[in-house]
Design a protein around this ligand. Structure first.
Ligand code: SF4
Length: 446
């Protein structure tokens, strides 16, 4: 069970040295208890206290690391039921299923197609993470061969799905280096699967016929020393599956039930007969509260909206996405190129820079830190005031890059033109378009 702030305080050094960033050990203890601080922030906790505190301050849903390389991920680790309470941390990961009896050529073609599903949005690469390899017929050699191909020839990480201990062991030997998730331990094979996962230090999924039936299984695995567990309550009917996800999340967060405090794996591919319906179900699990979602295939038109939904849900609502303050060069500008300025709200930056890029007019784009607010909001909040913008332009170093003295400000911030001019004597302040879509026409007409 989680410790209270006072219980945590008793285990801290009580020197109030402030190195953790708050004025007192008591304040740090309170933050730790409410999940607002990390234990590592205090360098003076004794090893003994650390052990007790690590357990007590561990997230109620264990974070589980799966995979290696650029598509490795952590699932679980959530601390709130609703995103608006704080944030969700580890996004739902997406898998597509492939059967071990697929031909080599078809597997290669699928991996190439799936690998191409990568979408750039707000500076992020949105892409799926996993291939779920399903043992078609207990042929250990074929299962291992396909696992090896996926592990060695693609960036994708793996879920190895087999009832055969022999097939699973063979696949672990050739693909274990990619830290695959083993699916699944059940009541019938719990110990053998647990031993295999433990020996190979791999995450293990456990499947039961209900949430209640999961509890003795996870308890047994925990007793065996396994920590990296993913749970499947077995429900494949939409309403029941959603209820189970909610029950698991609530039990872990509100009741502190550690036996089901693990990320979940869900199977829309076993709940629908076509990819459209699967995608709808997947979108439900992205919202509530699937850790891993397995589809029967990836197709661009189904995947893209799921990735965007995931991006929206797993973006911290308390922290707008930002880009770094500074000078951004678009289309290889030179000393005569126009200079534009805007705020550091990521969406603003990507829309404006995209429009400049599309215009093919070389330009400098100055991004001023406005705490992630858009132009109008930043201006209204005093984060994009004329004198600040003027000072920022002076300090930015742009004056060493251009030999003209003209600054283009956003149309929505026209009111700051006078103050910018005062701060930048001798400069011409030009008011640009209000809408980013009009930037290409504006630049080309100059
Ligand atoms: S760093 Fe540790 S000892 Fe120092 S104030 Fe914070 S909790 Fe207390």
């Amino acid at each position: 069970m989680a410790l209270t702030g006072i219980q945590i305080f008793k285990l801290l050094p009580k020197t109030n040295c402030k190195e953790c960033g708050v004025p007192t050990c008591l304040a740090f203890a309170m933050n730790l208890a409410s999940g607002k601080a990390e234990l590592d922030s205090c360098p003076y906790v004794s090893d003994e206290a650390k052990e007790q505190l690590a357990e007590a301050s561990a997230p109620p849903i264990r974070p589980v690391k799966i995979g290696k390389g650029v598509r490795a991920f952590t699932t679980g680790g959530e601390t709130v039921q609703y995103r608006h309470e704080k944030t969700f941390y580890n996004q739902t990961t997406l898998a597509a299923m492939v059967s071990s009896d697929i031909s080599d050529a078809d597997l290669a073609a699928k991996l190439t197609t799936w690998n191409a599903f990568q979408f750039e949005r707000v500076g992020l690469n949105l892409r799926p993470e996993l291939v779920a390899l399903k043992d078609a017929n207990g042929d250990a050699a074929a299962f291992a061969a396909k696992a090896k191909t996926i592990a060695e020839t693609s960036e994708f990480n793996l879920i190895l799905m087999s009832d055969s201990a022999e097939a699973m062991q063979a696949a672990v030997e050739v693909a274990g280096f990619k830290r695959p998730l083993l699916y699944a331990a059940t009541e019938a094979n719990l110990e053998a699967c647990g031993e295999m996962a433990k020996a190979a230090d791999l995450p293990l999924a456990v499947k039961a016929d209900s949430v209640e039936a999961l509890v003795p299984l996870t308890e047994k695995l925990i007793e065996m020393g396994l920590k990296d567990i993913v749970i499947d309550p077995g429900s494949r009917e939409i309403k029941k599956a959603l209820e189970d996800q909610i029950v698991i999340r609530r039990a872990a967060l509100k009741n502190g039930n550690r036996a089901i405090g693990f990320p979940t794996i869900t199977f829309p591919c076993e709940m629908a007969s076509n990819l459209d319906m699967e995608s709808l179900i997947a979108s439900m699990f992205i919202a509530k509260y699937g850790g891993i979602v397995v589809l029967s295939d990836f197709s661009g038109d189904a995947l893209f909206p799921l990735l965007l939904e995931r991006l929206n849900i797993y973006t911290d609502p308390q922290r707008p996405m930002t880009v770094t303050e500074g000078i951004y060069e678009v289309n290889n500008p030179d000393e005569n190129s126009p200079v534009m300025v805007t705020t550091n709200f990521a969406l603003t930056y990507f829309i404006v820079s995209g429009e400049i890029e599309g215009s093919r007019v070389p330009a400098y784009l100055l991004i001023k830190d406005s705490e992630g607010l858009s132009v109008m909001t930043a201006w209204a909040a005093g984060k994009f005031a004329g004198d600040d913008v003027g000072m920022f332009v002076k300090k930015s170093g742009i004056m060493d890059k251009v030999k003209h003295t003209e600054l283009i400000i956003p149309g929505y911030a026209a009111a700051i033109a006078g103050d910018v001019e005062e701060e930048l004597p001798g400069w011409t302040i030009t008011v640009g378009p209000r809408e980013a879509a009009h930037i290409p026409g504006f630049l080309k007409s100059r």
